[in-house]
Design a protein around this ligand. Structure first.
Ligand code: RB5
Length: 144
């Protein structure tokens, strides 16, 4: 599986830690930046990441900002993107299984890197259930 990951300045340090974590698990990673803790605009990185996902150049995405909220709002503006803000392992599993989320958003000012890696592991390791009722519900809100 190939992952794409991005952050703003608020998520930069956590992004680097998550990249190292997944590299040690043998994953291929596309890092869309940011490349330093200098202040920047999170929608720029949400766009870079969703462009790669939509082009089929990665399977799942991870976006990190201070809260995870701005990144999730920005990513969810993009057709075909289902971004989920998760700060616990249960939600990460549920959003893959029920919502077929393709982007995980987290806030580096909300949780630490240890928990973030556990949440990201659960997100990446959980398949979509393919349950008919979940497919129907995703299809319903995708047309809104
Ligand atoms: C940047 O200060 C902060 O606003 C951003 O990282 C994020 O939390 C926005 O939702």
């Amino acid at each position: 599986m190939k992952l794409v990951i991005g952050s703003d300045h608020g998520g930069y340090t956590m992004k680097q830690e998550i990249i190292e974590h997944f590299k040690s698990r043998g994953f291929e990673i596309v890092d869309v930046g940011t490349d330093s803790p200098a202040s920047c605009d999170y929608p720029v990185y949400a766009k870079k990441l969703t462009d790669i996902l939509k082009a089929g150049e990665a399977d799942l995405g991870i976006l990190i900002c201070g809260t995870g909220i701005g990144m999730s709002m920005a990513a969810n503006k993009v057709d075909g993107i289902r971004a989920a803000l998760c700060h616990d392992v249960f939600s990460a599993e549920a959003t893959r299984s029920h919502n077929n989320a393709n982007v995980l958003c987290m806030g580096a000012r909300v949780i630490g890197a240890g928990l973030a890696c556990m949440i990201a592991d659960k997100f990446v390791d959980t398949p979509f259930s393919n349950d008919e009722r979940h497919i129907r519900r995703i299809s319903m809100y995708s047309k809104l």
